[in-house]
Design a protein around this ligand. Structure first.
Ligand code: HEM
Length: 511
């Protein structure tokens, strides 16, 4: 009863006072529900139809509450997600400071977020906090270092070859109108499954579809998380979630066991698993088990069987959807900007010739790099970055004191479309704004110690796939395309991206 009273009444009152005392205002919030209903109603209204034209000015559609409240209360304001206060911060200095190592230990993921992702991520890296996060990050980060990534390029090329073949077959079978979103989802799934888990998309297919279904069901069952004790209420979704989660964990367990047996046979170092994430996780569990056997385990954080499963879930999830969306949006933007498509294709031909890309080619694909950056700016898969303060922190040289228990939300999409940062053409596709290297205030992968651990991997993957697609097809947007970006955890096209694919006639097949 005391905890409930603190969570739902005393802490919100304390935080409200602390913020009001600094002049941080926001829309009036109801008891328990906060501004949840306002957010839902505004988003539902803004996304009811399609955009109409191919307009990239999508902030008002996806973050209508941000647009309305930042106009009314200033760029620094607070709204309430149930009993969780969310302070919206866009000031570059404050954002950088919040994400820097200075606050790494005092901030993390909130209970509400962790609860919402419990079944498809669990205690995996994305949702870990404190010492557990430090340990997990330390274990997985080496799997994504530049020298190891070079070894993944061949696997990525191999998977993309399959995808190009599938696209050619789709054109031959059904005509040249193809929805590329589902092809890119399959390809990104195949790449992460092969490079990190030593399996293929077909084997991992059930795993991906279970994670997707769990994501959908959890989102529905989490709608009432703001109600005290709601996590214990009977719900029609809960039994289904339990059943799907049990199947997912069994499949992952089998996959881990298979890799362990291969490792025990001494076959690992040269296989993808030995180099990849699963190999690293297996080595780490073995270390922990050894300590236990020698009674050397002093209870430090480490990987047990459940943690191992949670980490696999996390990487199947994080390494799949975001990359697939980057590729899909990039193809949409190139399909609607033929001049950039031709420029990028010419560069691929000049750098790679007739061969598939290699690790040495990738840094030379600078036009493609600009196209990828501009895609991530206009359509960042993660539109918001949340951080909860576990202790009082200050931002902007003491200008803002964020009280313990408040969440800070960084509206990445709004920052990426801000005319004050990017100029009056902020909503236009203009890759050359990245010509001089990094753009101004660019956060598709977050920044600081808790940035995306798979950032370099995602960039290598995007370059390999787009280079091979550009070399194999000319493409234009289909008349059937309906521009309707929506935010369902990630920023996606509601009706997919149908394009007209024209296989490029080559004297010899390229791939
Ligand atoms: C275009 C592709 C991608 C984008 C835009 C992206 C974006 C992000 C962002 C914004 C975060 C920070 C989330 C937060 O703190 O709330 C993040 C974290 C993370 N990403 Fe990615 N990501 C991408 C691809 C990948 C890939 C390919 C992998 C794995 C192979 C991956 C694994 C992770 C993990 C494990 C974290 C948590 C890191 C931590 O908390 O220490 N991501 N990603």
């Amino acid at each position: 009863a005391w905890v409930t009273l603190c969570c739902y009444v005393l802490t919100p009152v304390r935080i409200r006072r602390a913020l009001a005392g600094q002049g941080v205002r926001g829309p009036p919030a109801r008891l328990l529900v906060g501004n949840l209903r306002d957010v839902s109603a505004l988003v539902a209204e803004a996304t009811a139809g399609d955009v109409g034209s191919l307009n990239h000015d999508i902030v008002g559609r996806l973050l209508p509450h941000y647009v309305r409240w930042s106009k009314a209360y200033g760029k620094l304001f607070v709204y309430w997600y149930g009993s969780e206060p969310r302070v919206c911060v866009t000031d570059p200095g404050m954002v950088r400071e919040l994400l820097s190592s200075r606050h790494a230990h005092a901030t993390g993921k909130s209970w509400m977020q962790r609860q919402g992702a419990r079944h498809f991520i669990g205690g995996g890296l994305i949702m870990a906090n404190g010492a557990a996060w430090v340990h997990q990050r330390h274990v997985v980060a080496p799997a994504f270092m530049a020298d190891r990534l070079k070894g993944r390029v061949g696997h990525m090329v191999e998977c993309t070859r399959g995808a190009v073949r599938a696209l050619r077959e789709a054109v031959a079978r059904e005509g040249n109108e193809v929805e590329v979103g589902k092809h890119m989802a399959r390809l990104a799934g195949d790449i992460i499954a092969r490079t990190e888990f030593d399996t293929s998309y077909d084997t991992g297919k059930r795993i991906f579809s279970l994670i997707e279904e769990l994501q959908r069901l959890t989102a529905r069952s989490s709608r009432y998380l703001w109600v005290p004790g709601s996590q214990y209420f009977p719900s029609k979704y809960r039994r289904e979630i339990r059943r799907l989660n049990a199947e997912l964990e069994r499949l992952l367990q089998e996959s881990i066991q298979r890799s362990r047996e291969i490792a025990d046979e001494g076959r690992t170092p040269s296989s993808a698993c030995g180099m990849g994430l699963l190999g690293m996780l297996l080595a780490e569990t073995e270390k922990k088990n050894k300590k236990k056997r020698n009674s050397d385990d002093k209870g430090e954080p480490g990987y047990d069987a459940q943690m191992m499963i949670d980490e696999c879930k996390t990487f199947f999830f994080a390494g799949h959807e975001t990359s697939a969306l980057l590729l899909t949006w990039a193809i949409m933007l190139l399909a609607t900007n033929p001049a950039w498509q031709d420029r990028a294709r010419a560069e691929v031909a000049a750098v790679c010739g007739d061969a598939p890309p290699t690790a040495d080619h990738l840094p030379k694909l600078t036009v493609l790099q600009m196209v990828i950056n501009e895609t991530l700016r206009l359509y960042p898969p993660a539109t918001l970055l949340p951080r909860m303060a576990f202790e009082d922190i200050t931002l902007g040289s003491g200008e803002l004191r964020v009280p313990r228990g408040a969440s800070v939300w960084i509206p990445v999409l709004a920052i990426h479309h801000d005319e004050a940062v990017w100029g009056p053409d902020a909503h236009e596709f203009r890759p050359d704004r990245f010509a001089s290297g990094r753009g101004r205030f660019f956060l598709p992968f977050a920044s600081g110690p808790r940035n995306c651990v798979g950032q370099a991997y995602a960039m290598v993957e995007a370059k390999v796939v787009l280079a091979m697609v550009l070399a194999s097809f000319r493409f234009g947007i289909s008349d059937e395309y309906r521009h309707a970006p929506v935010n369902v955890l990630t920023l996606r096209p509601r009706h997919g991206v149908p394009v007209r694919l024209l296989p490029l006639a080559t004297t010899r097949p390229r791939y």
